[in-house]
Design a protein around this ligand. Structure first.
Ligand code: OOB
Length: 571
């Protein structure tokens, strides 16, 4: 398999917007969805006729659930003191917050960068924005100046929502820096002590929310891509398509009103949001419990106290939970199903989960761009531990092709391409990238190498995209290479994945110093990346100084050869 990453332009600017699409014209800014490629009409008609797209929106969904079962508990935020929201309370809170946001000039189609950890305010704000038709841009709590600055400027965000401090970091100071250099950013709302900004608690007003929310075919939010390029691409997901994926996920996982779902991973990530996640659980009228930290010491007592029935984990966490399960003092017997995905889950580890935690396992192979595969509750154990599942929808189209784009023989491995009722047709404001990330007939090139079993289950064999999957957290080597290249002593750099027993993969930066430059220690390169203000998981785990890179036949750096020569000693 060729490495597409070797052909993509490295050394593009890191923080400056790509310029694709250019600054929004008035027409773009006032027409929600105009920046987001969508399905051709004949596909939209087909998906509606099949009953996949039912014209629902998230704003109306919560309203309907609140009318149907007002007093049921929708949401629990257990820390520091336990707070709960009934469906009626969540609905009313979303209305009042929506009215407050609208009174501050936030309107339909506006972008709002949302960077909250797993706290109740996350869900309140999302539903308030859904009700207005403003688009949350889902940043992760780990993101720092570089990423946040980019999201705010590229999306021309009007507001940014943050915690005061989280995991020892003051988000208010970051917000002040970003605000200074982002002219569109009119508001910073803080969950907690606002400092110089506005407290989220001061936003709600006693008024009706704005009339005329978004249409079901319009984008509901912008999700982040794992990415292979210098900057993350933004994924526009519509109400219609995302709600279909929730309905399908709920059916497959058996989610209903009795489900009590624990959100262990960051709530902004697509996996805990919709597979079946907190949105799927709310769709079904169940109860969502937010977990502030993913370790067993935090999660196990919550499972016992809140009688949790379902959760989703990335493979490294599943390993930790599997180790801790047998010795746990808590009663974990309420747990029925654990979903594991985001990165390849080893077969042996998968076999150990059920005995250790006393619940069933389901593997998930999904992507924020759309397609999600699950093993099924009626699959036999071999299928559950050796495959990554099969698609949600009968209308998910799967192509497995060779380097030339021709279908491989059944059972052989190749590049996975997909098209369907909840897979995007293009990234937001990225026409140049879309031209290569999608085929002419609208298939998304996932960059994953898979094979299909006779039962239609997919097995992920590897990856053709230039990306590091660090235990489910995706790192685009190009993004880190560009940062390291800014170091005055660095002549060239290549960042690759190396195998890691616990994370699956971690990152290694091969660095060539400039002629005559003073020798550097690996720590100096790591510090340089950290000080540039990026998420900590993107700082290279290992740094190796070399005299030259191996090259491919056509003179490009060969990442395959770098990987195979990688040394993996501790640093
Ligand atoms: C999930 O979404 P993303 O967008 O962070 O990452 C997608 C990529 C996939 O293209 C694949 O390379 C990798 O993550 N991946 C897996 C996997 N699940 C995802 N690779 C091997 N085995 C798996 N089970 O990661 C995501 C979104 C929704 C549900 C679950 C995961």
């Amino acid at each position: 398999m060729s490495e597409r990453g070797e052909e993509t332009g490295k050394h593009a600017p890191v923080v400056t917007p790509s310029g694709e699409g250019g600054p929004a014209s008035e027409a773009l800014a006032t027409t929600p969805g105009a920046d987001a490629p969508t399905w051709p009409p004949e596909f939209a008609e087909r998906y509606r006729a099949a009953g996949h797209w039912r014209g629902e929106t998230f704003g109306r969904m919560l309203r309907e659930r609140a009318a149907a079962h007002p007093d049921r508990i929708a949401l629990v935020d257990p820390a520091p003191e336990r707070r709960t929201w009934t469906y009626r309370e969540l609905d009313e809170r979303a209305d009042r917050l929506a009215a407050g946001f609208a009174a501050r000039g936030i309107g339909r189609g506006d972008r709002v960068v949302l960077q909250l950890p797993n706290v109740g305010e996350f869900v309140e704000v999302v539903f308030a924005l859904f009700r207005i038709g403003a688009l949350p841009v889902y940043a992760l709590p780990a993101h720092r100046d570089t990423e946040i600055g980019y999201f705010c400027s590229f999306t021309e965000a009007v507001a940014y929502v943050i915690p005061d401090r989280h995991a020892g970091f003051d988000h208010r100071a970051l917000a002040a820096r970003v605000r200074e250099r982002t002219p569109t950013l009119r508001h910073v709302f803080v969950a907690g002590d606002p400092g110089v900004h506005t407290a989220l608690a001061d936003v709600p007003v006693d008024a009706d929310p704005p009339e005329g929310g978004p249409e079901p075919h319009e984008p509901a939010f912008l999700q982040l891509s794992g990415g292979t390029t210098g900057v993350p691409k933004l994924i526009p997901r519509t109400h219609d398509d995302y709600i279909y994926s929730l309905r399908g996920s709920n059916e497959i996982c058996g989610v209903g009103a009795d489900t009590r779902f624990l959100v262990v991973l960051p709530a902004a990530h697509n996996f805990p949001m919709s597979s079946p996640g907190w949105l799927g659980t709310l769709y079904a009228g169940g109860t969502v419990v937010l977990c502030p930290r993913p370790d067993p010491e935090t999660a196990f007592p919550l499972i016992e106290r809140e009688r949790i029935t379902m959760t989703g984990l990335v493979p490294p966490l599943a390993l930790v939970w599997t180790e801790a399960g047998p010795a746990a003092r808590q009663d974990l017997s309420s747990l029925e199903l654990v979903l594991v995905g985001g990165a390849k889950y080893g077969e042996e580890a998968a076999r150990r989960l059920t005995p250790a935690l006393g619940c069933r396992l389901m593997q998930v192979f999904g992507m924020a761009e759309g397609l999600v595969n699950y093993t099924r509750l009626d699959d036999d154990e071999e299928t559950v531990v050796t495959t990554q599942g099969r698609p949600i929808s009968p209308d998910d189209e799967i192509r497995i092709v060779d380097d030339a784009g021709n279908a491989v023989a059944e059972g052989e491995f190749g590049h996975l391409l997909t098209r369907g009722p909840y897979t995007i047709r293009g990234y937001w404001r990225a026409p140049a990238h879309n031209a290569t990330a999608f085929t002419e007939d609208g298939f998304y090139r996932t960059g994953d190498i898979v094979r299909r079993t006779p039962t239609g289950h997919l097995v992920v064999e590897g990856r053709a995209k230039d990306q590091i999957n660090r235990g489910g957290e995706k790192v685009a080597p190009t993004e880190i290479e560009n940062i390291i290249l800014a170091h005055p002593s660095v002549h060239d750099v290549s960042v690759v994945a190396v195998a890691d027993e616990y994370l699956g993969e971690r990152s290694l930066a091969y660095v060539i110093l400039r002629a005559g430059a003073e020798p550097l220690k690996p720590a100096a390169i790591k510090r340089f990346v950290r000080e540039r203000g990026v998420a900590a998981y993107k700082v290279p785990d290992l740094v190796e100084f070399v005299g030259a890179f191996p090259h491919t036949g056509v003179g490009k750096v060969s990442k395959n050869r770098l990987r195979s020569t990688a040394v993996t000693h501790e640093q």
